[in-house]
Design a protein around this ligand. Structure first.
Ligand code: GTQ
Ligand code: FE2
Length: 374
């Protein structure tokens, strides 16, 4: 008689615990039967499957910018960039997500690095993406043939399925961070990918100060009348630091003048939005810049879904759950779902924090909750 020796991936253990059936030979026999037939009862799993509130598998974790930059520079010397690998991008791997290149269960966060004169080849994918520049300049990202300058403080969203390549037109290497919804797309098995031209055309290797997208869409409160309708993602390919900085500075000035416009005293924040519908720039990612006046603190907040922060400027202390870190320019950290977050600027410098999160996914599903402790 042939014996089926394929081990069952189901493993059930009878344990004496509240809400569990008393261990007995009969129960063991039942559980072996479940295992053979690939069945799992709710009563052994309910605490993990249906917790009282989100219990993130991800850990709160911090990556130091000097370490990221040093290793990216080392990769710049050793690892070529080209077809196949596509990008010299190095992802933050959350220590509690099994070594996967996921910063959080839904978000990819990476440092990308290009040497002088280098080109990252053209491709497109359904994953939504953005770039954020914490320091440096000299790279142009070419989106559907539109060359977009990348400089310190700039936020560059790039919705899925747009062709894109990057080229470093300067004499120095440049690093920046990428945010993508790669893990979300992976779980939902909804990815498509296409390679483009190996070299973008000479006409696109230009280095204009303003991209075509900014000339068409980059005027506050104004849209071209020829472009009607709401688009699911922003057509504006660069949100410049001068504008973000002024918006935050003036929000704090108004706060000083007694207008209630900040999230808490000394905590200004702006969200990057899609000029065609006022919503988030990308269907899966929410992106914001926060500024804390010297000595000011945020309220403590928890939210369904996860976020990644990068310190843009200044110094301060951030708390994520029971973790607390002193932070400085470029440092990146993760706030898992429903874990309380707060930040405080150091007494002498203001603190600027760039934040991206997956809130639009939860909002679309009516599953978004925020709790603020006052
Ligand atoms: O720059 O096109 O970090 O496709 C990951 C995937 C960057 C990019 C990443 C990508 C890119
Ligand atoms: Fe890409």
């Amino acid at each position: 008689m042939a014996i089926d020796v394929t081990p069952s991936p189901v493993r059930l253990k009878a344990v004496a615990a509240p809400g569990q059936p008393d261990p007995s030979p009969e129960l063991e026999q039942l559980y072996r039967g479940f295992e053979r037939e690939l069945l799992v009862p709710l009563w052994t799993e309910i605490g993990d499957l249906m917790p009282l509130h989100p219990q993130s598998k991800a850990a709160a974790h911090l990556w130091r910018w000097d370490r990221l930059k040093e290793l990216a520079a080392q990769a710049g010397r050793i690892v070529p960039v080209g077809r196949g690998g596509e990008r010299r991008a190095i992802a933050l791997a959350n220590p509690a997500l099994g070594g996967k290149p996921y910063a959080t269960p839904t978000l990819w966060a990476a440092i990308q690095y290009l040497m002088p004169g280098e080109n990252a080849p053209e491709h497109r994918h359904t994953q939504h993406a953005f770039r954020f520049v914490v320091e440096g300049e000299g790279v142009w990202t070419v989106v559907n043939g539109d060359a977009v300058r990348m400089s310190r403080g700039d936020f560059l969203p790039q919705a899925g399925w747009n062709w894109h390549a990057h080229h470093n037109a300067a004499s120095e290497p440049m690093a920046w961070i990428d945010g993508l919804d790669i893990p979300f797309s992976y779980y939902t098995e909804s990815q498509f990918f296409e390679v483009g031209r190996d070299r973008i055309g000479a006409a696109e290797m230009t280095t204009p100060d303003r991209s075509r997208s900014e000339r068409l869409w980059g005027h506050p409160g104004l849209r071209p009348v020829s472009r009607t309708g709401a688009l699911p993602a922003t057509p504006l390919l660069a949100y410049r630091w001068v504008d973000t900085d002024r918006a935050l500075a003036e929000q704090l000035e108004l706060d000083d003048e007694g207008e209630t416009c900040t999230l808490s005293p000394g905590h200004a924040a702006v969200r990057f939005t899609n000029p065609t519908n006022g919503g988030d720039v990308l269907p899966t990612m929410r992106t914001e810049m926060h500024r804390l006046r010297a000595g000011a603190a945020t309220l403590t907040r928890r939210e369904t879904g996860s976020s990644v922060y990068q310190v843009f400027d200044g110094t301060g202390v951030v708390s994520v759950g029971d973790k607390q870190w002193d932070v400085a320019r470029g440092d990146m950290f993760v706030v898992p779902s429903w874990v309380p977050f707060s930040a405080q600027a150091s007494p002498t410098t203001q603190l600027d924090l760039f934040r991206f999160g997956d809130a639009p996914i939860f909002e679309a599903l009516h599953a978004h909750r925020v709790q603020i402790d006052r």
